[in-house]
Design a protein. Structure first.
Lengths: 218, 218
DNA sequence: CTTTTACCGCGACACCTGTCGCGTTAAGAT
DNA sequence: ATCTTAACGCGACAGGTGTCGCGGTAAAAG
């Protein structure tokens, strides 16, 4: 679980530390953070999101309750911190050779991530409704993912599959939104056909001129 | 607040009452239900979803805490009951004369409903992550709405705007999902242009042959 | 090494959440 | 009118959640 030091206080909205005041991010403080974050994942898998209380995390990590409350404020803050750590991974968008294949592969990843029993993504979505810190972390995470996925669209344009201009973000949202809608909002069961269908739909719309910066309804 | 008697026990998963046992849905019981449900709305508007506790509802309605817990189990059950009452309204899909106009009007309704400060829809989505009763009620509500909106697609086919067959539900999901994605999952601010863009995208995809029961990629 | 103080452990605390048993009330049946 | 009992009111209770003040520990500075 790689942890970047620079994000030591992420997930908290009272952002900036006093400019010249001495802080202590090293030694014991860092060890406490590692212990706590290391306890979140297993607890999430074992007891699900509803079983993920600050108390349980404190007990498992061996850190005192009050310390966890002071540094992370609530469960959302904890999830936000682990998400920020996870967001700094080396994930890249799939590259299957064609736009529809890329989008389909992307959707299948999304469906897998959202379908597993104790999904971190699902837990964070739930937490984002009760914790501002979790909501912010989720937004940052998705924004980062959209940025990386934009490469998929750029490749498609370079191959001549799409005529520029194309708003990558709108296209990606159109391709993935039906999945989230079905799995998260409607709490539906995974549908093996849905990733492909949503990808195909988005590609058809893109070829017909949607997602251009200027509307050409044709 | 019209309340249909038949739904007296909706939102509870231990569904069926003993077949020949005598129940008492009238008189005091009905009055208690009305008092409680009447208290949910105002509390939701005043204090938001986080301030909507069973205790607060009980206090405002004048009904004892234990009674509310017994009949509705949790906040999700309360919201589910309110939603079932709201689902029995006379809402019909917009009819503007063309498919894109209908979808755009529909999306604007969705955006308005989701953007208001203390949105019932938003609260129910949040509750659906913590309460099975709320999740079921939400699914029922949306399924009902999709059924009513199918008329929009049928009219479009009748006018010759689309060539059958067209899966109405998939088209409606594609048209509305980007809105939910932006407003609910990304917690984004309302975007006046988004309803129209999403509607146009869905129409373009539909004209290109998406949503047909058989794929014709063109 | 000594000093400073950021951060942590600790226990107490007020509040909220959900359940239970018991007595009472009144809806529905006779 | 009378009886039966479903549904409610009531208070107590255990457990969880979040905050606070105090004292101790150990980073970081000198």
């Amino acid at each position: 679980m790689a942890v970047t030091k620079k994000e030591a206080e992420s997930g908290s909205e009272a952002a900036e530390p006093p400019p010249s005041a001495a802080r202590r991010p090293g030694g014991r403080t860092a060890r406490v953070r590692d212990q706590v974050l290391a306890a979140v994942g297993p607890l999430l898998v074992e007891h699900g999101f509803d079983g993920l209380s600050v108390d349980a995390v404190a007990a498992r990590s061996g850190v005192h309750r009050a310390t966890v409350y002071r540094r992370w404020r609530d469960v959302g803050g904890l999830l936000a911190d682990v998400l920020d750590a996870a967001g700094a991974d080396r994930w890249t968008a799939p590259d299957t050779g064609c736009l529809e294949g890329d989008l389909r592969a992307l959707n299948e990843e999304v469906q897998d991530a959202l379908s597993e029993e104790s999904s971190l993504a699902r837990a964070l979505i739930a937490a984002s409704f009760r914790s501002a810190g979790a909501a912010d972390a989720l937004r940052r995470f998705w924004e980062d993912r959209y940025e990386r996925c934009a490469h998929v669209v750029e490749r498609a344009v370079a191959r001549g599959e799409l005529a520029p201009p194309v708003e990558a973000r709108s296209l990606l949202v159109a391709a993935t939104a039906p999945l989230y809608h079905h799995l998260v909002l409607l709490h539906g069961a995974p549908d093996p056909a849905l990733p492909g269908e949503a990808a195909r739909t988005a590609v058809l719309a893109a070829r017909a001129g949607a997602f251009g910066t200027r509307s050409r309804t044709g």
